[in-house]
Design a binder for this molecule. Structure first.
Ligand SMILES: [Zn+2]
Length: 194
C-alpha cells in the first residue's frame, strides 16, 4: 500500500478535515486529523492494518500493546491479524502509562502500536511500561507519523504515512486563513469562541 493510497483512504474515511482550525497548542492550521473517523470504520482500519501487518511480521512480536484509546482498537485488530495477544496501557494519575488487568509481557517480544504520533509521548510511555514489566520492545508500528522527525526511538519504526501539516501563528499577518476571514473551528468541541 503506497502513501498516496493511505492518504486517499484517510481522506475517504473523513479522517482528514480541511478548514481553519484552532489547535490545542494555540496555533492555527488548514488541516486537522480526526483519527476516530477512521477507527470507527472496522473495514477501513482493518485494510490499513493488514498492510502494516505485512511489514511488522519480521519482528516476530508475541504481544501487541497500544496506549488508550486508539491503541486498544489497533492492538486488538493487529493481534487478530498476526495471531498474537492484544494488550493496552492505561494512564496513571501522574501522566505516565501502565499495564493493568493482569497483562503479562515478562520475557515477551512486544510490538507497540499507535494511530497518529505527534510527539510520541503516549507510545514512548507505553514502551517504558512494557520494559518496567520485563518485556522487550521489538518495534513500533504507527498509522501516521506527523512528528516531523521528533519521534525517533532506537528500535525500528514502521509507519504507513508521513503527514506534514503546516501550522500558523494566529492573526492575519501570519495565518493565511485568518486573512481570508474563514471561520475558526476548535476540533472536537464545535465552534471556537472568538
Ligand atoms: Zn488563522
Amino acid at each position: 500500500m503506497l502513501e498516496k493510497d493511505v492518504l486517499e483512504l484517510l481522506q475517504k474515511s473523513g479522517a482528514i478535515l480541511e478548514g481553519h482550525f484552532l489547535l490545542a497548542s494555540g496555533l492555527h492550521s488548514g488541516k486537522y486529523v480526526e483519527k476516530f473517523r477512521l477507527l470507527e470504520q472496522p473495514e477501513a482500519t482493518g485494510k490499513l492494518l493488514s498492510a502494516l501487518a505485512v511489514r511488522i511480521k519480521k519482528y516476530k512480536p508475541e504481544v501487541i500493546v497500544g496506549p488508550v484509546t486508539g491503541g486498544v482498537i489497533l492492538s486488538f485488530e493487529m493481534a487478530r491479524q498476526l495471531g498474537t495477544l492484544a494488550y493496552f496501557t492505561e494512564k496513571t494519575p501522574d501522566g505516565g502509562m501502565e499495564l493493568r488487568r493482569g497483562f503479562d509481557v515478562s520475557g515477551k517480544r512486544v510490538l507497540l502500536i499507535e494511530d497518529i504520533v505527534t510527539t510520541g509521548g503516549s507510545i514512548l510511555k507505553a514502551a517504558d511500561a512494557v520494559r518496567e514489566c520485563g518485556g522487550e520492545v521489538a518495534a513500533y508500528a504507527i498509522l501516521a507519523d506527523r512528528s516531523s522527525g521528533r519521534f525517533n526511538p532506537p528500535e525500528p519504526v514502521e509507519s504507513m504515512i508521513t503527514l506534514e501539516i503546516e501550522t500558523f501563528q494566529p492573526g492575519s499577518d501570519t495565518c493565511p486563513l485568518c486573512r481570508e476571514g474563514l471561520e475558526l473551528v476548535k476540533p472536537g468541541s464545535g465552534h471556537a469562541k472568538k
